[in-house]
Design a binder for this molecule. Sequence first.
Ligand SMILES: [Zn+2]
Length: 242
Amino acid sequence: MLEELKQEVYEANMSLPKLGLVTFTWGNVSGIDREKGLFVIKPSGVDYDELKPSDLVVVNLKGEVVEGDMNPSSDTPTHTYLYNHFPKIGGIVHTHSPWAVSFAAAKLDVPAMNTTHADTFYGDVPAADALTKEEIEEDYEGNTGKTIVKTFEERGIDYEAIPAALVSQHGPFAWGPTPAKAVYNSKVLEVVAEEDYHAMQMTMDNSRLPQYLLDKHYYRKHGANAYYGQNNAKSQSHAKHE
Ligand SMILES: [Zn+2]
């Protein structure tokens, strides 16, 4: 079942240690087949060097296991909540990468301070509220998804324009149209969090990007007028020959 997606999610999971985003087993990636309403996720507590595509667990949007011999990631209810509330995402990544965790621990947004940030995130990456005692006791992992969605709704943030969040006192979640893109966004968040930390040691005066520079970099890569990369080069040269 969903063999192609399992391979894709397996490769995305295996890229986490290679990118320096996970220590031990502290991370997971999932990917969803929206037509079938099923997602594939890493099994709980399995070392990356022992993980096989066939170990991945298939889960429905109620969070029930549909296929797999192992228990799914303990964060599965968070992934379920995010897939249900962010209907256009195709993959989710959770890690405890240290620079993003540093901002989460400090309960601070990762501010948009440089163009690397603006290339991927159209504004600050928000730090969602930490969970209350009641939320932790009631449904810890489900409410972890809920605090992210609540923050995006309350602040009016577009989850496609800013495809990541921190959960305060915990760590980062990132998402994207595919599992691989979600991993990419997770790594960009880690890089810009480190850069921001260093810049913030020096100054916070006038350090946030002005709107015109944020717009320039974000829309170079996103939307109808994007021109970064080679996607339009082919069609231009193709058009010349016709
Ligand atoms: Zn975690």
